[in-house]
Design a protein around this ligand. Structure first.
Ligand SMILES: [Zn+2]
Length: 86
């Protein structure tokens, strides 16, 4: 994966978090990325805590993750180890 942009921004409209699939409300801080993945130019937005979770998850560059299926702010492993009690 070739990362082109990876920075914190303030959103101006609603975006869907690429990690957890929840909305990122307007005027919130979010992490914006643009990158080339398997030949496709891609951009996405994430909650800051989801961006942290992605960085903890140690994905291989060409493996990636399934968009929108993760628990907000948690890696897949973390959400298995500590399921929400709700
Ligand atoms: Zn998120």
């Amino acid at each position: 994966m070739d990362s082109l942009t990876d920075k914190e921004v303030i959103t101006r409209k609603t975006h869907v978090c690429a990690w957890c699939g929840e909305d990122i409300e307007p005027f919130q801080s979010a992490n914006y990325r643009s990158y080339v993945f398997q030949g496709d130019f891609t951009t996405d937005y994430m909650h800051p805590e989801c961006h942290d979770a992605m960085n903890r998850a140690d994905y291989f560059d060409d493996e990636g993750f399934d968009p929108g299926v993760n628990t907000r702010g948690k890696t897949e492993r973390e959400s298995e180890e500590a399921p929400d009690a709700e």
